[in-house]
Design a protein around this ligand. Structure first.
Ligand code: NAD
Ligand code: TYD
Length: 355
């Protein structure tokens, strides 16, 4: 996208973990842009993630559901967005195993609703318009001991979550092929960092270590993930939004593979130190529990394309990112307590009651 002072950008899912970092990044870096954050505020959406920027003049929050076609169409008519950065999704694999249909509804139907509304609004006037779809490396399935996911790796999703994300990616590409809608897709590896809901591995372990609760490691803990600091993902999204080539896919990864058990042990050591516990104290909390059904063995991204074509690379090492993350959770106990107690849900009412 050629940078344009008056861009009006719709960010969907901006009250979630990655979305809140993307919203903050765009609102603070581009004061001339208008950023509209559309979020249903499911259990994963939390406006406390955006308290520091919620009063900025170029930011607006709208509560709404991407699966509601009438609402989405009316929103696009009212706002005439120039671009969409689409993050809203159901994002947790374990929940998708319990309730696959809600993933189809949000991730596939919701995405098609947004695609249709963008298409109808832009009506073949696609110049300087962009539909940017945020996706995951999990669409590529599971790797063995060697190899990496590249942009040309065949899709082979293995969980209801990754199947629904793969479906949404296919729809996005089909709209480019069929209607010439200007699209770009990025597929990113596992993110970690501040504001992540504590049902995902790292914040769950940080929360449990702090509270001396068991640390549930699935199976033998040998599964491998490629971890990326969330702000580096937001940097990559900014870069692809402004400099990515329309119609292209870019993989984003941390060049940073870890076995789950090793990452949990590392966290235990860091937190023993931060909490002034005897070395080895937190590790005693580790419990190996029943494995996740169909648990993908290994994800690893080859991020050579975005590095060589757009010059992106992670800005922090894993050690630095993890330290920032642990410190953030320990300094933001109120945020974590609100999320785990459900109190964050009342924030919307108190914040928006009189608006
Ligand atoms: P998240 O679960 O923290 O946030 C999702 C947000 O979407 C929430 O704010 C939620 O309220 C909102 N939402 C859900 N259903 C909605 C609906 N029907 N209408 C409007 N809003 C709705 O997820 P996340 O981890 O921030 O992931 C964001 C995106 O990035 C997702 O598309 C996910 O697939 C993708 N992704 C995540 C990771 C990761 O490691 N977390 C990695 C790669 C890609
Ligand atoms: P998760 O954060 O759910 O991300 P994803 O499944 O999308 O990669 O899980 C990361 C890894 O950690 C995954 O291999 C499953 C494992 N895991 C556990 O061992 N225990 C847990 O309590 C959780 C939530 C995940």
């Amino acid at each position: 996208m050629e940078s344009n002072k008056n861009f009006k950008i719709l960010v969907t899912g901006g009250a979630g973990f990655i979305g809140s970092h993307v919203v903050r990044r765009f609102v603070t870096s581009y004061p001339d842009y208008s950023i509209v954050n559309l979020d249903k505020l499911t259990y994963a959406g939390n406006l406390e993630n955006l308290r520091d920027i919620e009063k900025m003049p170029n930011y607006q929050f709208i509560k709404g559901d991407i699966t509601n076609m009438t609402f989405v169409n009316a929103l696009f008519k009212e706002h005439e967005f120039d671009a969409v950065i689409h993050l809203a999704a159901e994002s947790h694999v374990d929940r998708s195993i319990q309730d696959p249909l809600s993933f189809v509804t949000t991730n596939v139907v919701g995405t098609v609703n947004i695609l249709n509304a963008a298409l109808a609004t832009w009506k073949d006037h696609f110049e300087n318009k962009l539909f940017y779809h945020i996706s995951t490396d999990e669409v590529y399935g599971s790797l063995g001991e060697s190899g990496y996911f590249t942009e040309s790796t065949s899709y082979d999703p293995k969980s209801p979550y990754s199947a629904s994300k793969a479906g949404s990616d296919h729809f996005v590409r089909s709209y480019e092929n069929t209607y010439a809608l200007p699209v770009v897709i990025t597929n990113c590896s596992n993110n970690y960092g501040p504001y992540q809901f504590p049902e995902k591995l790292l914040p769950l372990m940080i929360h449990n270590i702090r509270n001396n609760k068991p640390l549930p490691v699935y199976g033998t803990g040998e599964n491998i993930r490629d971890w990326l600091f969330v702000k580096d993902h937001a940097d990559a999204i900014d870069l692809v939004f402004h400099s990515g080539k329309k119609g292209e896919t870019y993989n984003i990864g941390g060049f940073n593979e870890w076995k789950n058990i090793d990452i949990v042990r590392l966290l235990c050591r860091i937190m023993d130190d931060k909490l002034h516990r005897q070395p080895g104290t937190s590790e005693k909390l580790i419990e190996f529990v029943k494995d996740r059904p169909g648990h993908d063995q290994r994800y690893a991204i080859d991020a050579a394309k975005i590095s060589s074509e757009l010059g992106w690379k992670p800005s922090v090492t894993f050690e630095q990112g993890l330290e920032i993350t642990v410190d953030w959770y320990l300094e933001n106990i109120a945020w974590l307590d609100h999320v785990t107690s459900g109190a964050y849900k009342t924030y919307y009412d108190s914040q928006y009651r009189n608006r």
